[in-house]
Design a protein around this ligand. Structure first.
Ligand code: ADP
Ligand code: MG
Length: 395
């Protein structure tokens, strides 16, 4: 799978509509983390240096019925302007008179940020008329919003079919790294899956089974696999309606010769606010719940991780937000970081855990899209990516 890269596009003097993911966390109207803005800088700088007129479009939050003052993008334009050390004009609308006037006034190398695209009812419906209006603003389209690529919206999908469409550097890197997991990964390939729920990630396990050598399952989702094996898990989080799916996946793994590693011990407690105590997996009391993997499981998982040449990790091994239940996630993060394998980590909480531990730099690729990276690894087509694979040089 290869996207058409913006590197190959002739952008000088052109109006380039660039979809970015500036959906940053806000606390009391202030940007509490500008990672997503920083992530778009390389492509924006590239376009500016190539003399394009850069028209940025993003969503922010979930506005219900049209414009909401607290979801306007002006603070983001200000932050971007500071980061890129250039004026960034914030338009007061998306396709309205202010946006048009701002675009008409642009010279080569200028940057305009359109207003929150979800203020427009046509955006999430991927309304063709709205997509046309977006396309009318520009000569070319660049998508760099990987986190929104699994959505079929006007600014991620519709407009990409109306203009010559290219992938920005972020999307390029994501497709390259995630694609490497699915196409001829170097073996042994070890997938580590954790997090809260089986239902979120069973699709990934199912799709990876004929590509991996081992699947390590931890976190809340391991409990459902343990249930399927008849283990008594007390009051642990689990999804009884997914037990059948978990046993089917385990049986298929066995058939394919893929090792499925489940926790052999746990850190348990009667309460999520309590102290943790180690317990063998067959010694969990009825009133206890599993909140982390135990030290023997860490050792077992570590050995498999140490031998890997390719690693995909998504989902913490326990309730890592609580110090009493963070050791398992910490140990696995360290093992992945220490490995010389090609490593990819996705998922908001898993990435947050790595950031807390200062290990981000030791991972080959950190995926910026939670839902989008899972869907990619599940083998599903992402509308925002598919649109960049098709040739659309004329319209
Ligand atoms: P990611 O964002 O990395 O994809 P998820 O959102 O799927 O991860 O899961 C993260 C959440 O799973 C965390 O909030 C964590 O507390 C929770 N979790 C992990 N293990 C357990 C467990 N044993 N019991 C309950 N919750 C758990
Ligand atoms: Mg999460």
């Amino acid at each position: 799978m290869k996207t058409r890269s913006v590197r190959a596009a002739d952008v000088a003097g052109k109006r380039v509509l660039m979809r970015v993911d500036f959906n940053v966390p806000l606390q009391a109207g202030r940007i509490s983390d500008d990672t997503r803005i920083r992530a778009a800088l390389p492509t924006i700088r590239f376009l500016v240096e190539k003399d394009a007129r850069v028209i940025l479009v993003s969503h922010l939050g979930r506005p219900k019925n049209g414009p909401e003052d607290k979801l306007r993008l002006r603070p983001i334009a200000d932050r971007l302007s500071r980061l890129i050390d250039k004026p960034v004009r914030a338009a007061a609308d998306v396709i309205g008179p202010d946006a048009r006037a701002a675009i008409d006034a642009m010279v080569n190398g200028d940057i305009v940020l359109l207003e929150n695209v979800r203020f427009e009812p046509g955006e999430e419906k991927n309304d063709p008329a709205f997509a046309e209006q977006l396309a009318d603003l520009a000569d070319l389209y660049v998508n760099d919003a990987f986190g929104s690529a699994h959505r079929s919206h006007a600014s991620t999908d519709g407009v990409a079919h109306l203009l010559p469409a290219y992938a920005g550097f972020l999307i390029d890197a994501e497709v390259e790294a995630l694609g490497r997991l699915l196409t001829n990964p170097e073996r042994p390939f070890v997938a580590i899956l954790g997090g809260a729920k089986v239902s979120d990630k069973i699709g990934v396990i199912e799709h990876l089974l004929d590509r991996v050598d081992a699947v390590i399952v931890g976190g809340g989702m391991a409990n459902t696999f343990l249930l399927a094996e008849g283990v008594k898990i007390g009051r642990s989080l689990s999804e009884p309606d997914r037990v059948d799916q978990a046993s089917t996946a385990a049986a298929k793994a066995k058939e394919l010769g893929v090792d499925v590693l489940l926790p052999i011990d746990a850190v348990v407690s009667v309460s999520i606010d309590g102290e943790g105590a180690p317990a063998a997996i067959d010694a969990i009391a009825d009133d206890q719940a599993i909140f982390d993997i135990g030290p023997l499981s860490v050792e077992l998982f570590r050995q498999t991780i140490a031998g890997a040449k390719t690693i995909f990790w998504n989902g913490p091994m326990g309730v890592f937000e609580k110090p009493a239940f963070a050791s398992g996630t910490r140990a696995i993060a360290e093992a992945v970081a220490a490995s010389s394998a090609f490593s990819v980590v996705g998922g908001g909480d898993s990435v947050a855990a790595l950031e807390q531990m200062g290990l981000v730099d030791r991972i080959s690729h950190i995926s910026t899209g939670g839902g989008a990276s899972l869907e990619f690894v599940e083998g599903r087509q992402l509308p925002g990516i598919t649109a960049l694979l098709e040739r659309k040089d004329a319209h």
